[in-house]
Design a protein. Structure first.
Lengths: 128, 128
DNA sequence: AAATATATACGAAATATTTCGTAATAAAAA
DNA sequence: TTTTTATTACGAAATATTTCGTATATATTT
């Protein structure tokens, strides 16, 4: 059981983590380009954030070359679970069921995806 | 299709809204007591927040008596849906399926609740 | 070599959010 | 009536988060 203190990334930090989780270790420039596709952002803004994240140990940094290469230091799964727990608590008083119902109720989830969820239900019920 | 500008309550504002959604129109004192059960909070802190929320039109206020009575001005369902959409986007890139899988995968959801979700799936698939 | 382009470091401004102290006022109690 | 208590108004401090300008250093191009 790992217990690595709450990394709790902020909104902006999460955007950066997403890029790194999706594309692997990257330069500031690359990350900034990705983020700028959705929301124009200054280069030094992204740089500063990534530097802060490095200090907070949310990112690793390879500074062996002039152009530093950063990577996520926290796992995608664990981090999302933590964020989900927090959101669940704050918004649905901890009821996963309520959240799931609301999420599926409104969304245009495909039949294939619904089946995927159904399989998970089977699996979960099997273990109970 | 209503389009009432993003109310986007903050973390603290949401706590207040939850109290009002659960208990209906209330005084600052009552809301503060409820919130203080989880997290000791000064009376004027809660008051100030509720005043701000009133200006933002997140709350209505009945000031016909000395002790003002506040109530939520935004609906629980719509608000939670909005927050969910935002969270979904930021954390799961909009994939409700991924979120649902993660939410159910980790949680200790009861058999009864799983069945409830299964029924929702049936209903959804029926309509596709 | 000089000029140009690209990178990081650093500080600090700009914003957003939360918290609380103090004053003024009204009500209730003594 | 005087004192005590409860309530709102207001401002501002304390924090947290985001954004960016400027300096400096390193690499690349001319």
């Amino acid at each position: 059981m790992k217990h690595t203190q709450i990394p709790k990334p902020t909104e902006s930090e999460l955007e950066i983590l997403q890029v790194l989780w999706d594309h692997g270790a990257s330069t500031v420039r690359f990350v900034n380009e990705q983020i700028s596709e959705k929301k124009e952002t200054g280069y030094t803004t992204t740089l500063k954030l990534m530097q802060i994240m490095h200090v907070k140990e949310l990112l690793t940094r390879d500074d062996s070359t002039r152009t530093h290469v950063f990577d996520a230091a926290i796992s995608e799964g664990e981090t999302k679970q933590k964020l989900l727990d927090k959101f669940l608590d704050a918004t649905f008083r901890g009821s996963a069921t309520q959240l799931v119902m609301q999420a599926l109720g409104n969304s245009k989830t495909s039949k294939a995806e619904l089946n995927q969820i159904r399989e998970l239900l089977d699996q979960l019920e099997g273990g109970k």
